[in-house]
Design a protein around this ligand. Structure first.
Ligand SMILES: [Zn+2]
Length: 91
């Protein structure tokens, strides 16, 4: 499980082309538009499910588009994100 510093995560978000990303939960292999919590949240905010994950999902990995949905995050034992150490992201 990689830990990215906030600086590195921000850098990757800027340099990684979105079309190269494979948006999916690495727990259940679903895409954001197949997961109810993202469908509803994205609709509320007027954005696409991928945009929502990119902007709001804390486990989102900007180098490949992978993340853990809430259910899978809980099943994974809620890997802690320490703001002083960096940010945990999905492999
Ligand atoms: Zn999942």
């Amino acid at each position: 499980m990689p830990i990215l510093s906030h600086q590195e995560k921000t850098r990757l978000e800027k340099i990684t082309p979105l079309y190269s990303l494979d948006f999916k939960c690495t727990g259940c292999n679903k895409k954001p538009n197949e997961i109810d919590e993202y469908i509803e949240a994205a609709e509320d905010l007027g954005m696409t499910e991928n945009e929502y994950v990119l902007q709001e999902e804390g486990t989102y990995n900007p180098s490949n588009g992978h993340f853990l949905c809430t259910n899978c995050y809980i099943n994974a034992g809620m890997p802690a994100a320490d703001v002083n150490q960096g940010t945990w992201v999905a492999d």
